[in-house]
Design a binder for this molecule. Structure first.
Ligand code: CMP
Length: 143
């Protein structure tokens, strides 16, 4: 089954949006298979955002991610990578559609509340970076 990695960033945690984010993914019908509140090391933040290491905002992005706790999650379901990206909305919250998480709650590209994997291969890389296999639950609804 397809999986994606989502991270509620420090701004999302500090603005009490953990429940709101989880509710939106649950309501859609996806299954939460991994969840942890954690402080992020500089090494993990730099590895996670490695693709952006030449960009001018890389240093401030890493500093922000390690500044206070984040919520790391793995969600499972048919088409979850693309669907979660739609639920999250465009990278710049000012361009994100109303009804999306960033469109409803954000105003700044540097404080866009949540990260979501952009492709299936990226999701696999990010899940293995953030979670050990034994931290993930294999389960299905039975009710
Ligand atoms: P995210 O989905 O986590 O992936 C990369 C992040 O870089 C992105 O969300 C933004 O938070 C951040 N980002 C992208 N472009 C800029 C920018 N121009 N200035 C600051 N941060 C940016």
């Amino acid at each position: 089954m397809e999986r994606t990695f989502l991270m509620i960033k420090p701004d999302g945690v500090q603005r009490n949006l953990i429940g709101e984010v989880i509710k939106r993914l649950e309501n859609k019908g996806f299954t939460l298979v991994g969840l942890k509140l954690m402080s992020v090391s500089q090494e993990l933040a730099e590895k996670h955002y490695d693709v952006h290491k030449e960009r001018p905002f890389f240093g401030s992005l890493v500093d922000f991610i390690i500044s206070s706790p984040v919520v790391a999650m793995v969600w499972e379901g048919e088409g979850v990578v693309a669907s979660a990206r739609k639920i999250i909305g465009a990278t710049d919250p000012l361009s994100a559609e109303p009804g999306t998480i960033r469109g409803d709650y954000g105003v700044s590209i540097g404080r866009n509340l949540i990260h979501g994997s952009d492709a299936i291969e990226t999701a696999q890389r990010e899940i293995s970076l953030w979670f050990k296999e034994e931290e993930l639950c294999h389960w299905q609804t039975t009710i």
